[in-house]
Design a protein. Structure first.
Length: 95
């Protein structure tokens, strides 16, 4: 699916945990929660954020189950570590 024409992002569909909860924990683990400006492509931390408003309007079924990740200059290991730990923490919150 098209996520953004402005930057390369990864769309992640979550099956058993709410996207807003994963995003909260990703920020606590060091991910940027939103773009920081025109120079954000130089940031070393990945951005974990909600899908765009336009995407949500066209695909409302994904509003609470999908997130966007822009790895920026972070490595794949960092992105996967934050994602995995954020999902684990979100599941613990739901118990």
């Amino acid at each position: 699916m098209i996520a953004s024409a402005q930057s390369k992002v990864i769309l992640v569909e979550l099956e058993d945990v709410p996207a807003p909860l994963v995003l909260k924990h990703a920020e606590q683990l060091g991910a940027a929660p939103h773009p920081v400006g025109a120079e954000s492509k130089y940031e070393f931390v990945p951005m974990f954020y909600r899908v765009s408003g336009t995407f949500s309007l066209e695909n409302p079924q994904y509003k609470d189950s999908m997130i966007r990740i822009n790895p920026l200059r972070a490595g794949a290991d960092t992105v996967l570590r934050i994602l995995e730990q954020a999902i684990i923490s979100a599941r613990e919150d739901e118990v």
